[in-house]
Design a protein around this ligand. Structure first.
Ligand code: DOR
Ligand code: ZN
Ligand code: ZN
Length: 446
């Protein structure tokens, strides 16, 4: 039997395949994996990559990314943001809708996806805000949003989600058309009351910390749990263990970020407003308990909340926007946990590949014949020092600056195209595609 020629063979790596590492060869043709197995049985290929000493993992999906562009292109754009992704070993990102103008309608969603597809070197899925008219939800699902995003403390949508009945109805309707609803969960009343106690007095960091206390997150998640238990709800960037417990009890899916897992509020003394992020970094004991939850398998996915701003904005004076870049540190930080034996490789793959794919219903996150060829080659032994000056993101600063990590991405393949190799982005703009979820009938969990 003659074998169909493959475009690209990646051979010699240990491949994470069906839960195990096996030495072998991955063959790719026309954007898909056509063979995984012993090198002797691999089809011939036009190009071969030798990958001895490396691990081949499914392409990681960063489920929480602000690519910005459009009216905020000075902070980041589709090209720089997705270059940052593939440099960090990430093959897919899910883009947040708090853009200028915001993504709050089916029409805006389609327009943004069109612009991104021309420029992106990673795959991009899109969140959409609740449209002003809920009757538009089926159209939002049809165009291919991965989820609805709701900001409880600053809604950005014309739909009044501060009204509980409206919120419950909106989530039900979204779920019915197969859309999960992801929440930035901080209670606006707790924030307002806490802010009043400081009255804006003091340095920007302490004002921010006082007005975004752990109780704001806890209260918001408890309220969502009482209103929406059992619905398809995702809680973004959980930072306090109590909120995690309440979310789990309600059957919600849970996301955590590397900064809430690996950094503590002590860092504000050294980095000040540069490290401001919402929710804020928490004290050491809280962070230690969140990390225990990670190691105990209670978190569904880890995402970066890549939230780039211009350095001048971060340093003030003036209101300092929360957030910092994270696409180029997400995978290295987790690889370091594996290298240090605190996390298994299977857990890493669950947290950044299988978890996001399951939560958002994406046909990605696995190395399997017939599946899109998204993968990353990593060197678990190589050291990586976080040097934000070298970031591909426009935001060249990081609260992780100077950290020495073990484990680094070496080559990133997106839809069968080598996008990053030997420290360089080597793909043309446009090799990424729009990610559209597989909708499960009746909006049930996938
Ligand atoms: O730190 C944050 N930055 N938290 C958010 O909720 C928004 C984000 C941003 O868009 O900058
Ligand atoms: Zn948020
Ligand atoms: Zn965010």
């Amino acid at each position: 039997m003659t074998k169909a020629p493959a475009g690209l063979n990646i051979c010699g790596a240990r491949v994470f395949y069906r839960g195990q590492l096996r030495e072998g060869c991955i063959s790719i043709s026309e954007g898909r994996i056509i063979f995984i197995g012993k090198e002797a049985h691999a089809p011939k290929a036009e190009e071969e990559v030798r990958a001895e000493g490396l691990l081949a993992l499914p392409g990681p999906i960063d489920a929480h990314v602000h690519l910005r562009d459009e009216g905020l292109a000075y902070k980041e754009d589709f090209w720089t943001g997705t270059c940052a992704a593939v440099t960090g070993g990430i093959t897919s990102v899910l883009d947040m809708p708090n853009t200028v103008p915001p993504v709050d309608s089916a029409e805006r969603l389609a327009e943004r996806a069109r612009k991104a597809e021309e420029r992106a070197v990673a795959n991009v899925g899109f969140y959409c805000l609740f449209p002003a008219e809920l009757s538009e939800l089926p159209r939002v699902a049809e165009i291919g949003a991965v989820a609805i995003k709701a900001y409880l403390h600053k809604p950005l949508t014309r739909l009044d989600i501060s009204d509980e009945a409206t919120l419950v109805k909106a989530v039900e309707l979204a779920n019915r058309v197969g859309l999960p609803v992801a929440f930035h969960a901080e209670d606006p009343r707790v924030i307002a009351e806490a802010a009043e106690t400081v009255g804006g007095e003091g340095d920007p960091v302490s004002v921010f910390l006082t007005s975004h206390p752990p109780e704001a997150e806890l209260k918001a998640v408890e309220r969502l749990a009482s209103l929406l238990a059992g619905r398809r709800v995702h809680i973004c960037h959980v930072s306090v263990p109590g909120a995690l417990k309440a979310a789990k009890r309600a059957g919600f899916t849970i996301e955590a970020t590397p900064h809430h897992l690996f950094l503590t509020s002590d860092l504000y003394g050294r980095l000040g407003t540069l490290a401001l992020v919402d929710p804020p970094l928490r004290p050491g004991d809280v962070v230690a308990r969140l990390r225990q939850a990670l190691y105990a398998g209670q978190i569904d996915l880890v995402a970066s909340d890549h939230a780039p701003h211009a350095l001048e904005e971060k340093l003030g004076p003036g209101p300092v926007p929360p957030g910092f870049p994270g696409l180029e540190t997400l995978l290295p930080l987790l690889l370091n946990e594996v290298a240090e034996r605190r996390l298994s490789l299977a857990e890493l793959v669950r947290l950044v590949c299988e978890g996001p794919a399951r939560v958002f219903g994406l046909d990605r996150g696995r190395l399997e014949v017939g599946w899109p060829a998204d993968l990353v080659l990593v060197d678990l032994k190589a050291e990586l020092v976080v040097r934000p000056g070298d970031f591909r993101s426009k935001a060249k600063y990081s609260p992780f600056e100077g950290m020495r990590l073990r484990g680094r991405p070496v080559m990133t393949v997106v839809n069968g195209v080598v996008a990053f190799r030997e420290g360089e982005v080597v793909a043309e703009p446009g090799c990424g595609t729009m990610l559209r979820p597989k909708r499960s009938p009746g909006g049930l969990r996938p």
